[in-house]
Design a protein around this ligand. Structure first.
Ligand code: C2E
Ligand code: MG
Ligand code: MG
Ligand code: MG
Length: 293
C-alpha cells in the first residue's frame, strides 16, 4: 500500500509540475503576443511635492489587459518575464508608450510632469537600455529632462560597475535616475557618493508602519540625511495616511507617492488627480495641518 501510494504521489506531483510548466509556457507565449498586440497598458501614479501640495510627475506602471483573465498587475507576470528575458521587449514597449505620453501631456499643457519608468536588470545588459531610451525619445519627441529611469537597489548591486556606465550615459542625455526600493538592497554606502543618480525612493516597507515603528523611523531619517548630504532628492513610496504624510514632511522628505494622494490611474484621469491633490492641500492649509500650525 505504501508503495502504491508513493507511486501515486509521484504521479500527481509530476502531473502538477507539468501543468505548472505548461501554464508558464502558455503565459510566456501570451505575453509575447500581448507585447506585439495592444494588450499592455500603462497606469500612472502621481508623485507629489509635499511642501507645495502639487503633482510634479508620475510613475508609469505596466498592466496587462488579458483577454480571458482580465486586468493583470505586474506581480502576475513580471517575474516570469524576468526569467524568460521577455522583460526586455516589455521594457522597450513601456519606454515607447511613456515617452509618447510625455509628448502628449506636453501638447495638453502638462509638459512640466516627469514620467518615471521602471527598468529591469535585463535591460542593463549589453547597453540595451541606452538604445531603448534613445529610440523612445527619438520616435516620440519627448523631453529627455522629463523622463526618469528607476532601477531597483537590488538590480543596481548585481553589477555596479557595468550599471554605472549605463546610468552615466542616460544622464548625459538629460534623463534622470532614481534608485527604487531603496534600503532593501544592502548597497554599500561607500559607492553611493560616486553613483550618477538623482534620487532615492524609500521603499514602502519602511513607510508602512510609520510613525509608530521606531526602527523604521530611524532608517527613514538616516536615508533622508544621507540623501541631503549627497545632494539627492528623496521620495517616500507607499504613503497611505495623513499621519505618515505629516511625519515625513516634518523630517524634510520633499516628495511622496501613495494611495493617500492617488492610486495608479489611466492617463486620462491624471488631470482629475492633479485637481484632487490641489484641493486636498487647500483643505489642509485651512485646517492648519500641512503648514504645521
Ligand atoms: P515599484 O516600482 O516599487 O512601484 C510601486 C508599486 O507600489 C506599484 O505596484 C504601486 O501601485 C504600489 N503602490 C503605490 N502606492 C502604494 C500605497 O500607498 N500602498 C501600497 N500598498 N502600494 C502602493 P504595481 O503597479 O503593482 O507594481 C509593482 C512592481 O512591478 C513595481 O514596483 C515594479 O517593480 C514592477 N513594475 C511595474 N511596472 C513595471 C515596468 O514597466 N517594468 C518593470 N521592469 N517593472 C515594472
Ligand atoms: Mg518604481
Ligand atoms: Mg518602488
Ligand atoms: Mg517595489
Amino acid at each position: 500500500a505504501a508503495k502504491a501510494s508513493g507511486k501515486n504521489t509521484f504521479a500527481v506531483f509530476s502531473r502538477s509540475m507539468n501543468e505548472a510548466a505548461s501554464s508558464q509556457l502558455q503565459l510566456d507565449a501570451e505575453l509575447r503576443r500581448a507585447i506585439r498586440g495592444d494588450e499592455l497598458l500603462l497606469h500612472y501614479q502621481p508623485i507629489i511635492d509635499l511642501r507645495q501640495g502639487r503633482v510634479i510627475g508620475t510613475e508609469a506602471l505596466v498592466r496587462w489587459q488579458h483577454p480571458e483573465r482580465g486586468l493583470l498587475m505586474p506581480a502576475a507576470f513580471i517575474d516570469m518575464a524576468e526569467r524568460t528575458g521577455l522583460v526586455s521587449d516589455l521594457g522597450a514597449w513601456v519606454l515607447q508608450a511613456a515617452a509618447r505620453q510625455q509628448a502628449a501631456w506636453r501638447e495638453a499643457g502638462l509638459g512640466q510632469l516627469f514620467i518615471a519608468v521602471n527598468a529591469s536588470g535585463r535591460q542593463f545588459k549589453r547597453r540595451l537600455l541606452e538604445q531603448q531610451v534613445a529610440d523612445a525619445l527619438a520616435s516620440s519627441g519627448a523631453d529627455p529632462g522629463r523622463l526618469q529611469i528607476e532601477i531597483t537597489e537590488h538590480t543596481l548591486v548585481e553589477d555596479v560597475a557595468a550599471n554605472v556606465g549605463t546610468l552615466a550615459a542616460l544622464r548625459a542625455r538629460g534623463v534622470q535616475i532614481a534608485i527604487d526600493d531603496f534600503g532593501t538592497g544592502l548597497s554599500s554606502l561607500a559607492y553611493l557618493k560616486r553613483l550618477p543618480i538623482d534620487k532615492l525612493k524609500i521603499d514602502r516597507s519602511f513607510v508602512r508602519d510609520l510613525p509608530d515603528a521606531a526602527e523604521d523611523g530611524a532608517i527613514v531619517e538616516a536615508i533622508v540625511s544621507l540623501a541631503h548630504a549627497l545632494g539627492l532628492q528623496v521620495v517616500a513610496e507607499g504613503v497611505e495616511t495623513e499621519r505618515q504624510q505629516a511625519w515625513l514632511t516634518q523630517r524634510g522628505v520633499a516628495h511622496a507617492q501613495g494611495y493617500l494622494f492617488s492610486r495608479p490611474v489611466p492617463p486620462e484621469q491624471i488631470p482629475e488627480a492633479i485637481q484632487a491633490v490641489a484641493a486636498r492641500w487647500g483643505q489642509q492649509d485651512s485646517a492648519g495641518f500641512a503648514s504645521g500650525i
